[in-house]
Design a protein around this ligand. Structure first.
Ligand code: GDP
Ligand code: MG
Length: 178
């Protein structure tokens, strides 16, 4: 079944949003290829990857992942990018309060202009850099709770919580009637 979603096999568009440099591309590469390349350059051109995961109830979820090519810098282009997305993963860097503020901007934008039943996830990335932490984990937890979002801290570098992020999103997706 390479086509549309059915009750057992979902196919969903997932977008990542957040400041440049917070690790969006690295999260995707860790999830899809199991790799982390510390020398990787900023994404140039559109990047599209997909990955399928199986859940315990034997359903599958195919994520069609759109990684920005720097559209995050051009607010006016963002709606083209997140249109039709079932999932938005909003990423900040736990060492950067600025990036946490920007994440909150994206949450508001998606709440206003995203699909009505969009699943929003808030991700504090670079959790391996705990010595440089400037955003307390409690701030992420509280903001997400207030906004009814899923929250997790990850490290694309160590792979910590990367698979968990996508599994938890998969569990929260609205299911078509069987
Ligand atoms: P993007 O602009 O949001 O796509 O960010 P990138 O994925 O290109 O990552 C930006 C920089 O952060 C790169 O130098 C990465 O090596 C680094 N980086 C990404 N994720 C992590 C992480 O979890 N831990 C650490 N220490 N560095 C990371
Ligand atoms: Mg990138």
């Amino acid at each position: 079944n390479g086509g549309a979603s059915d009750a057992k096999n979902l196919r969903v568009k997932l977008v990542l949003l957040g400041d440049s440099g917070v690790g969006k591309s690295c999260i995707v590469l860790r999830f899809v290829r199991g790799q982390f390349d510390p020398t990787s350059k900023v994404t140039v051109g559109a990047s599209f990857l997909s990955q399928t995961i199986a859940l315990q109830d034997s359903t599958t979820v195919k994520f069609e992942i759109w990684d920005t090519a720097g559209q995050e810098r051009y607010a006016a282009l963002a709606p083209l990018y997140y249109r039709g997305a079932a999932v938005a993963v909003i990423v900040y860097d736990i060492t950067s309060p600025d990036s946490f503020n920007k994440a909150q901007y994206w949450v508001k934008e998606l709440q206003k202009h995203g699909s009505p039943d969009i699943v929003l996830a808030l991700v504090g990335n670079k959790a391996d850099l705990h010595e440089k932490r400037e955003v307390p984990v409690q701030d992420g937890i509280e903001y997400a709770e207030k906004n009814g979002m899923f929250f997790i801290e990850t490290s694309a570098k160590t792979a910590d919580n990367i698979n968990q992020l996508f599994e938890e999103i998969a569990k929260r997706l609205p299911r078509p009637a069987p």
